[in-house]
Design a protein around this ligand. Sequence first.
Ligand code: NPW
Ligand code: ADP
Ligand code: K
Length: 445
Amino acid sequence: MNELLTPAEMGRADALAGNAQALMDAAGRAVARAIMQRYAPCSTLVLAGPGNNGGDGHVAADYLRQAGWAVTVRAWNKASVAEVARAGLVIDAIFGAGLARDVSPEVAALLRAAKRLVAIDVPSGLDGATGAVRGYAPQAELTVTFFRAKPGHYLYPGRGLCGELVLRDIGLPGSVLAQINPQTWVNGPALWHLPARAPTGHKYSAGDVSVLCGNMPGAARLACAGARRAGAGMVTLAADAPFLPPEAGLIVRAEPLEVLLQDARRKIWVCGPGLGPLAGHKLARLIAAGRIIVADADALTACAGAPEKLRGAAVITPHEGEFSRVFGSLRHDRLSAARAAARATGAVAVLKGADTIIAAPDGRAAINANAPPYLASGGTGDVLAGIIAALLAQEMPAFEAACAAVWLHGAAALKVGPGLLAEDIPAVLGPLMARLRPPFNPADY
Ligand SMILES: NC(=O)C1=CN([C@@H]2O[C@H](COP(=O)(O)OP(=O)(O)OC[C@H]3O[C@@H](n4cnc5c(N)ncnc54)[C@H](OP(=O)(O)O)[C@@H]3O)[C@@H](O)[C@H]2O)[C@@H](O)CC1
Ligand SMILES: Nc1ncnc2c1ncn2[C@@H]1O[C@H](COP(=O)(O)OP(=O)(O)O)[C@@H](O)[C@H]1O
Ligand SMILES: [K+]
């Protein structure tokens, strides 16, 4: 159920399944049930559009009436703002997957008048492929969608407009997915497996991560803490100058980068957090040396307007500001922009934010949905870069490593709770990862 289907892919699923009438009956019934489970009977107005979304609305009205509800159905172009405003509950069945252009000001005025609104499939005006609003889209209390959710249910602003999202099975067989071959998922443990630790492993076999340290050493140290707690066997803070670390166990090397690169075991590098103006030069050096690189923060800023300089990095982790600096301003379709960035650089692109997108150069993409808003706190991105590096060091493929790290980062933040500081995240990673790793069974070895 992790797959996300664009409206176009959902159309193909419908066509492959065939029995349109039965699907519509199941969809309308699912909407009526979801409403009856959450609301007391009240004067209900269905705004029905010209396509199948409107058809679902008619069916839902029939089921609600059978249950004794007072329901009026109005065609979307016949309803008045006044009757919408009077209704106790409005069921928005105007446009769903067939939204083809911006909604008109007249439709927007109708939807705006609703006091309480339940959306069928999507709030009308919400682009299911991108999460963008086309003209206007109302705030729903509840959105009932069918078979598989859409990217727009998980991407802001759409995610915020859906209210509670309910996904219902309507009898469409999962086997149609084999023909559609969806390439977008909600991020979660079903997409990746954390590597097992061999009982005979040593610190280098669990992975060696080096973190470049520059003029803001706190950021690099946070990345080190993330990497150490996410299971890297050896983590080195590569400082250019002698540096006294307060935490025991953090290995600091003050040799020049060229000297450190002579050690072939130093395969995985975090380049960027707190690195300062030398970040561009150091990134180029690491790429030339064929290292596996997580490029973050200052390394991204050093590539402003020059995404080709990131070719050779394994994972890039821009927030929206850094992304815009490198790739140009982000418009309404961040999912496509992240995919294009991954294609252009050959790196897995992690576009960070409330709805972090992880995109692979081959077109796969995951949208993360478990991160609480208090994760937005200085330094949490540095910790994330370290977690990704640690999972790369444990030989997870780049897309899976980035997805797993983003999910663990969000889950860790939830576990810490409000008031979180970046340095709280590493401490809770161990127990979280222990639950997800394959069970350790000596008999297997
Ligand atoms: N598997 C599933 O999930 C199932 C899904 N089902 C349901 O089907 C829904 C999709 O149905 P759908 O394809 O008929 O499209 P829908 O959204 O009703 O709109 C199309 C109409 O709107 C019009 N139109 C578009 N934009 C407009 C605008 N801005 N302003 C004005 N008009 C606009 C467009 O006009 P046109 O562009 O052709 O001029 C066309 O007439 C889906 O959301 C779900 O509810 C279930 O029934 C069964 C299983
Ligand atoms: N509203 C939000 N909800 C959930 N997570 C968020 C939100 N805003 C930002 N984040 C997450 O917080 C982290 C911030 O990283 P970043 O912007 O690099 O900050 P820093 O440079 O201070 O480490 C990212 O993982 C991002 O996905
Ligand atoms: K709708």
